[in-house]
Design a protein around this ligand. Structure first.
Ligand code: NDP
Ligand code: 8X3
Length: 250
């Protein structure tokens, strides 16, 4: 019987590429996001019968609850929850940032992931089968100027993923945190408030990771034998590495 993956943020980037790859490999899909036109277009492309779409905002606990309650019978047994929906807003220093932007990142990257996980886990535990795959970031472990609250939200994803594993000990449920570095998607367009030129400059002269690269890693993680748990996987493009510490001299 075909397995089912629920993907948050399937309208773009990593989520969309994952939808295409899992579909290609015969999975049933629950595709979610706020942009309904994109979800419908993807459903049409991937085959309406194997795709259920749900339009909602992961920041809204009630909408998440309703989505889970309204899952059609044939999509109820979710095998993989891909907590992918997320965003960075701004790249300014902490003392100049917009507090609302910080709040949006916390509400999306942390609270959205918590709502989804808490509501789908009981079914997985009852079936003693399932996999939570969270999309963290290199920003969880490696600070950079302007990473402030975004990096903080991804550090939460990192530790929450580990703690989930501890809680789920003995249930057979797997938990993975995938931590990508520079990857070209709509991420920077969103980060810079829709400024496509500024976003393009982030990738200028680089060979960044692509959404397909990340989807393939997600699929590989999910297709390991059932006794293998990839706890955490950090990935950067070859063109990216770490810089030196900086010292402010008098
Ligand atoms: P994109 O901007 O291309 O995709 C983000 C997705 O998240 C969209 O489908 C969007 O859907 C969805 N989303 C955002 N906010 C909400 C919300 N409130 N409710 C529901 N869905 C939401 O970016 P990426 O594919 O690059 O990002 C995916 C994940 O990967 C994010 O968690 C990001 O932090 C992380 N990441 C990205 C990296 C990169 O360099 N690109 C590197 C490391 C991690 P819609 O707008 O339709 O709601
Ligand atoms: C996205 C990668 O380096 O812009 O999480 O934070 S980075």
């Amino acid at each position: 019987m075909a397995k089912t993956i629920l993907i948050t943020g399937a309208t773009s980037g990593f989520g969309r590429a994952s939808a295409e790859l899992f579909s290609h490999n015969g999975w049933k899909l629950i595709l979610t996001g706020r942009r309904s036109d994109r979800l419908l277009e993807l459903q049409e492309k991937l085959g309406p019968a194997a795709v259920h779409t749900a339009v909602f905002d992961v920041r809204d606990k009630k909408q998440v609850q309703e989505m889970v309650e309204r899952l059609p019978e044939e999509f109820r047994n979710v095998d993989i929850l891909l907590n992918n929906a997320g965003l960075a807003l701004g790249l300014g220093p902490a003392h100049e940032t917009d507090l609302d932007e910080w709040e949006t990142m916390v509400d999306t990257n942390i609270k959205g992931m918590l709502y989804m996980t808490r509501l789908l886990l009981p079914g997985m535990v009852a079936r003693r089968c399932g996999h939570i795959i969270n999309i963290g970031s290199i920003a969880a472990s490696w600070p950079y100027p302007g990473g402030n609250a975004y990096g903080g939200t991804k550090a939460f994803v990192q530790q929450f993923s580990r703690n989930l594993r501890a809680d789920l000990h003995g249930t057979g449920i797997r938990v993975t945190n995938i931590e990508p570095g520079l990857a070209e998607s709509e991420f920077s367009i969103v980060r810079f408030g829709g400024d496509k030129d500024k976003a393009a400059k982030v990738y200028e002269g680089t060979e960044p990771l692509t959404p397909v690269d990340i989807a393939e890693i997600i699929y590989w993680t999910a297709s390991r034998p059932a006794h293998v748990n990839i706890n955490c996987l950090e990935v950067m493009p070859v063109c990216q590495s770490w810089g030196n510490f900086v010292i402010n001299r008098k």
